[in-house]
Design a binder for this molecule. Structure first.
Ligand SMILES: Nc1ncnc2c1ncn2[C@@H]1O[C@H](COP(=O)(O)OP(=O)(O)O)[C@@H](O)[C@H]1O
Ligand SMILES: [Mg+2]
Length: 289
């Protein structure tokens, strides 16, 4: 059997679950490109046999970051490219955004004293390498936030403590999706952290997604974030896909909570034509385009 020209890399758990895989495979088939989904850690798979490998729902990489990046290094043509993945798989990239003038949620890294956490009503503590709100919690007592941070540090992880951004409770988060650096669509994501719940590993944003039209201010901040990528990762080139997650700060202005360039859910089922735009961008990266 001839290998597919394009592979959408996923995880073994998502292979039959992620609805975006079939959407994109079908869109590519409609423009004459054979594509298939393969788990990134499938034993014995020949990753050199494809023209392009697109990183999609590899959501188990957060527990195996070294292994995942070693896999990425061995894939000849990858989107988004390896250098972007190396920069983006650890939320310490928020420091680069901040240093280059992009508004982000204020973050204390690896705090060791409660005085570092500032005066807020609530805090969020999370590890810098994570997805799906795992090992993340909302605390009303700063001592709990500090204890959580100490546990993450003891496990060899980088801890982030932020003020809990109160607007998330009503307004949710706004995720702006870009294809080839052009705005494609946006959605609202419902709040995920309930007060008093502590750390949970089973949160899912799946039920709380609705389409949303971004404001000009949100589009500006998202574009600023993407401009930073071009300088922080000079070899990045046009990004096949990007998701900029924003929240509204106490000052009413958008701030980046997360910049997802590795394996973002793209919320294609909530967009008009998003899957077609993505498959077109994939198609344009192939040799005979
Ligand atoms: N500072 C914060 N204020 C309010 N909500 C937050 C904050 N940080 C995280 N959250 C909530 O936790 C979820 C997961 O955090 P996030 O930083 O997006 O990491 P990831 O999605 O990679 O797990 C967010 O979608 C949001 O609902
Ligand atoms: Mg998130």
């Amino acid at each position: 059997m001839t290998p597919a020209r394009v592979v959408l890399a996923t995880s073994s758990h998502e292979l039959d679950r992620d609805p975006e895989l079939a959407l994109v495979v079908d869109e590519l088939a409609a423009v004459g490109v054979e594509a298939e989904a393969v788990a990134w850690d499938e034993v014995g798979h020949d990753w050199t046999a494809h023209e392009l490998v697109v990183v999609r729902s590899c959501w188990d990489y957060t527990e195996r970051l070294g292994e995942f990046l070693a896999w990425a290094r061995a894939v000849p043509v990858l989107a988004n490219p390896l250098a972007v993945l190396e920069w983006n798989t650890d939320k310490t990239y928020l420091r680069d955004l901040d240093a280059r003038g992009c508004p982000v949620i204020e973050t204390v890294w690896d705090p060791t004293d409660v005085a570092e956490l500032g005066d807020h009503a609530e805090w969020v503590c999370k590890p810098s390498v994570s997805a799906g709100s795992r090992d993340t919690a909302r605390w009303s007592d700063p001592v709990d936030a500090l204890t959580h941070a100490a546990e993450l540090r003891a496990a060899g992880r980088t801890a982030m403590v932020q003020p809990y951004v109160a607007s998330v409770d009503d307004e949710g988060e706004t995720a702006l999706l870009f294809v080839d650096d052009a705005f494609s669509h946006a959605i609202r994501k419902a709040p995920l952290l309930a007060p008093g719940e502590g750390v949970r590993q089973d949160r899912s944003s799946a039920g709380g997604i609705t389409p949303r039209t971004p404001t000009d201010a949100q589009l500006d901040v998202a574009r600023t974030a993407l401009d930073v990528v071009a300088t922080a990762v000079p070899s990045a080139g046009p990004l096949l896909y990007a998701r900029v997650d924003l929240v509204t700060g106490a000052d009413g202005l958008p701030r980046v909570i997360e910049l997802e360039l590795t394996e973002p859910g793209l919320f294609l089922p909530w967009s008009d034509g998003g899957a077609g735009r993505l498959s077109g961008a994939i198609r344009s990266r192939l040799s005979d385009s």
